[in-house]
Ligand binder design. Sequence first.
Ligand code: BGC
Length: 616
Amino acid sequence: MQHGVVGKIAGGLQPDALVRRKLAFTVGWPPVAVAQVEGEIEFESMIAMFGGNLGPALLDAGKRFGCGDVGDAGRMVEPVLGNLERCREAEDGPTALDRGDPAGGERQAIAYALHVVEDRDAGIARTQEVRVQRMHAGLGLDSAGGGHECLPGYLSAEHALAIRMGTTAPEDIEFDLFEVEEVQKCVDCGLGHVFNLPHRHVPAHRCCRLRVARETRVRCMAQNFPEGFRWGTATAAHQVEGGNWNNDWWAWEHAEGSPCEEPSGDAVDQWHLYEQDIALCAALGFDNYRFSIEWSRIEPEPGLFSRAALDHYRRVCAACHAHGMEPVVTFHHFTTPRWVVAEGGWHTASTVDRFLRFSEVAVGALGDLIGRACTINEPNIVAMIGYQMAFFPPGVSDLDQYRRATDNFIDAHQRVVPILRGGPGDFPVGLTLSMADHQAVPADDPDALSTLDALRRDMEDQYLDVCTGDDFLGVQTYSRTRVGPKGVIGGEPGYDILEMGYEFYPEALEACIRRAWDYTGGAIPLLVTENGIGTHDDDQRRRYVTTALEGVLACLSDGIDVRGYTYWSLLDNFEWCFGYRPRFGIIDVDRSTQRRIVKPSGEWLGRVARANALIE
Ligand code: BGC
């Protein structure tokens, strides 16, 4: 990133990223820089200028960037130009761009065009999407810097940025306070230029000009997160504490024929080392730490509550506060006391009552120190993998029990919310739900789509249906799930398969945030309470998180209320049936000495957290 002044922008915006790119047509004909376009040009004449080659060029460009669905160049051009045309017609009227479009359609059209240009181009940051925020006046974009180095679409501002064209000469647009990134590489695609088509009535002396109506706010995706955005890391008791012998997972790890690769044992001994883990987390730059309290320690026998265990968790919460971090406390993270399971487990209604009683006692002891509470972690996963796939305890494959367990989890969540809200303390309470980017294959196959709907109904919708009255919804996403007509299918050739058996697909986070938001009608704030990757390749981790965070930024710039990002996990730890093999941590642990070693990805993510911006 090179800092430089390219002009000035009025309005006192903070320094921000501005990508300045060279644009040149290099597809299908000798390169023609946009700068060579002079005079008043209509779209038709522009096509003519390129010898009628625009369509095939777009097609080539699309293929080249791997956009299979570009297929028909006409379809690509139409949504962009169609909108422009509509605006021209209604130049003097308000809200011109919206006419005939579903809300946001014009934005999509522009964003799509940009996406095609950029998505596969390694030299260009992904998804610098133009966001048309308001339609009540005109959209103006200009090349400001002049020539072929076009600014449109690459202004990055924390706030919506209004550039008035037609009334403001390009020379008068001030662009200082921006950072300028020189991208040496040309974008080998003509499509970006469609976006910059000159307007019939606008002198196109600088040519990179799009005039749509009189004034429109254009907001490009900022690299900054909003003020107050929360940054955290997460763990769960059984995965880090060690010695949790009194729960169903320990029993499962040691059962004959267990699918577990190894037992949890001492884990990473966080029971004793919590203070240094919390200090490390804070020192890296995070402002919250999510951990779970272990029911089987707090209530080792029915109705017998351990003051010592509760005091331990008070100390954990206090340590977070002492290090300036908010304690985010999960009340149930996969493990259930052995005695509860002996009485039936989650497919039995009495488990709900047991859980509520435990939660009431626990919140009574800890509530004044809690910063945020998560009720039940991924009940959908516990139910599905424990009661259908027989891979988690109780290790059965029984549809009836699965349904009952699901109902009980939903019931437990709904009933525990008011108990936790009852305090002491006053903190937000919500569910943390496992979500996947479900994709039908083929995308428009009706059977695949109905299979996908049924799966999603089971795994997500029935939980989303009951959480809108909560204080937040925790979105937890790791990858996508491809669904064919008959059910879940494997990864797509060409995509890396991770140690967990699913694809490297960090884009899933954005899709899941959008789905949670759409499905709940924006009724509830979202938090990413888990996202991460199990890998031995720390660079891959950073790539994964970068893409995931770009997705969060895209959601934010669309107005989705995402309030924080929590990386799973602070430490390499016990990954359930997979044992200690997958490495999700940003901190490595040498389990022979329990020594912690911060990974480069941890240092980096800490810097991102401190900067509250997606930085290098
Ligand atoms: C769980 C964690 C787990 C992580 C990575 C989430 O589903 O909440 O306990 O370690 O995924 O697999």
